[in-house]
Design a protein around this ligand. Structure first.
Ligand SMILES: [Zn+2]
Ligand SMILES: [Zn+2]
Length: 146
């Protein structure tokens, strides 16, 4: 079912960074890997759009990128520390952490990834599919998150 909204806006905790994204929105994927845990303090739940569907409204001087692996980088506010974006440079897409979006979002979670390596202090109890690591349930060869 298409999202009832064609545009969502969001921003960081302090308000310095504001952005808008245009549909189509990927369903939310929740990632339980160790990198996402350290970056956010818990885990990442993110939608995704094509880069041209993303517009930074303000805060370009506060939006900073941390290169978390040789394939990916993570965008955050350098003033308040909010975790906001994940991308692989040049793949044409940007992931947006769903909690930064104005509510209601109209988004739904499609599945969980890296459940096999999640921390032990919580359970994943919803009914969406869970994958050990990436989308392939039995594939542990791809191993590492980024
Ligand atoms: Zn901020
Ligand atoms: Zn992750």
């Amino acid at each position: 079912m298409p999202n009832p909204k064609d545009e969502l806006s969001g921003g960081c905790l302090c308000g310095a960074v504001r952005f808008a994204i245009k549909a189509p929105f990927r369903p939310v994927i929740q990632c339980h890997c160790g990198q996402c845990a350290r970056w956010t303090g818990h885990y990442v739940a993110a939608t995704q759009v094509a880069t041209e569907q993303f517009k930074l409204i303000n805060g370009s001087d506060h939006l900073a990128w941390y290169r978390s692996s040789n394939r990916a980088e993570r965008g955050f506010c350098s003033k308040c520390g909010s975790s906001m974006f994940w991308r692989r440079p040049d793949d044409g897409r940007i992931s947006i952490l769903a909690g930064t979006l104005e509510r209601p979002t109209g988004l739904k979670t499609s599945h969980h990834i890296f459940v096999a390596v999640k921390s032990d202090y919580y359970d994943v109890r919803d009914t969406t599919p869970c994958y050990d690591r990436w989308m392939e349930k039995t594939d542990t060869a791809k191993g590492e998150a980024d």
